[in-house]
Ligand binder design. Structure first.
Ligand SMILES: [Zn+2]
Length: 388
């Protein structure tokens, strides 16, 4: 059974019939009444589409990622590889084997491709930016997201001839919020602000095979999946305080996000282990960045924190200004602006300038430099930049 959301069906009907949402909803309601108790609203939407001769699923050579729903089989799609994850081996009483995955994106969205067993070998040949054609996959839902799994009949063609992919959509639309509006468990929120404080990074040992954090057990490092690790790899995390004029928030940048934030490569960061970070921290101060992430609560300090998942350390100034203009409440546009006593609104000061300036930080009580809780790190390996 393919699960197609009703909104998607209504959109399709709208697109092909020229009816308004209201008209379509009326038809759905009428159908529900006509067949009371026999069908769901989704079912009624399907019937309306049918009656209007509109095909919801069209046979296409390759599907757009936004048109993939759980339950679909025999899927063919084409996309650009945006990330390749490590192949992992597993060993459970039920089965053992290996599994690997990678992300692909097209102009409509992004999805994860999961390869089992020998199919996972293809991952070693994949790199970011490759175009892939996936044949005969099946879609299922995993933690609220659709992913395309490969079976023995599936095929992956790397850089098929004559196929190019332009701009891709690599993340869901995030919601821009002021820091003062953030609340615990917010997901996919976007903040634009100035770095007002940056802290030294912390390094921690990870398993070279699965990149999970490993702990020192007695004299040796052990990975739950891969046993004793003679020479661990290292990963890292850095904290910074961001201020957008409404509030400040401590923001946590794991590995890839720390690379984006500092514009340093993995090797450059590793080489600085034990060395000084003063210069890099100084460079960050006053820098305007855009962060998309999720909000979590730090129990120990009873405050919320932002865990960065996408970092833009060089946001496009004119784009941001346009956006701030567009998001300004209508009332604010016609109101005569009083002399700004409180500097809480950024747009007024920057309207005519080319360069974007963030609002001046409000003086804050001193922020003590507390340590990052490494105990929270175990779960970050894949969680970190899932949208990229
Ligand atoms: Zn491991």
């Amino acid at each position: 059974m393919i699960k197609i959301p009703r909104d998607y069906i209504i959109e399709k009907i709208k697109e092909k019939s020229g009816l308004s949402s209201q008209e379509i909803n009326d038809k759905i309601k009428a159908k529900l009444e006509e067949l009371s108790g026999l069908i769901s609203e989704d079912g009624a939407a399907h019937i309306i589409a049918n009656e209007l001769g509109i095909k919801i699923m069209e046979a296409q050579e390759a599907l757009s990622i936004k048109d993939i729903f759980a339950g679909m089989r025999n899927i063919e799609l084409v996309g650009k590889v945006t990330r390749v994850f490590e192949v992992r081996t597993f060993n459970t009483p039920q089965r053992s084997g290996k599994v690997g995955s990678f992300m692909i994106a097209d102009a409509t969205g992004q999805t994860r491709i999961v390869a089992w067993g020998n199919q996972a070998d293809v991952l070693s040949k994949l790199k970011e930016g490759d175009v892939v054609r996936v044949k005969s996959g099946y879609a299922k839902e995993n933690q609220g997201k659709i992913e395309v799994n490969l079976n023995d009949n599936s095929q992956i063609i790397i850089n098929p001839e004559g196929v190019t992919i332009g701009d891709v959509k690599t993340r869901e639309n995030s919601q821009r919020k002021k820091i003062s509006e953030l609340s615990n468990n917010d997901q996919n929120v976007e903040v634009l602000g100035t770095v007002v404080q940056a802290f030294d990074p912390r390094y921690f040992e990870v398993c070279p095979t699965c990149t999970k954090r490993i702990k020192n057990q007695g004299l040796v490092f052990k990975c739950d999946a891969h046993g004793e690790i003679a020479s661990p790899d290292y990963s890292y995390v850095m904290n910074a305080i961001i201020d957008d004029g409404s509030e400040t928030i401590r923001t946590i940048f794991f590995r890839n996000q720390m690379q984006h934030l500092t514009n340093l490569t993995h090797d450059e960061i590793i080489n600085r282990k034990g060395g000084s970070f003063e210069e890099i921290k100084n460079d960050l101060l006053g820098k305007i960045i855009k962060v998309i992430g999720r909000v979590s609560t730090n129990e120990m300090f009873s405050r919320i924190e932002l865990v960065a998942q996408v970092v833009d350390s060089n946001p496009n100034a004119s784009e941001e200004l346009k956006r701030i203009e567009a998001e300004k409440p209508v009332a604010a546009k016609i109101e005569i602006v009083k002399p700004a006593v409180q500097k809480t609104e950024a747009p007024k000061q920057v309207e005519k300038k080319q360069v974007f300036e963030a609002p001046k930080p409000i003086p804050k009580k001193e922020i003590s430099e507390d340590i990052i809780r490494l105990d929270d790190i175990e779960s970050v390996d894949d969680d970190d930049d899932i949208y990229e």
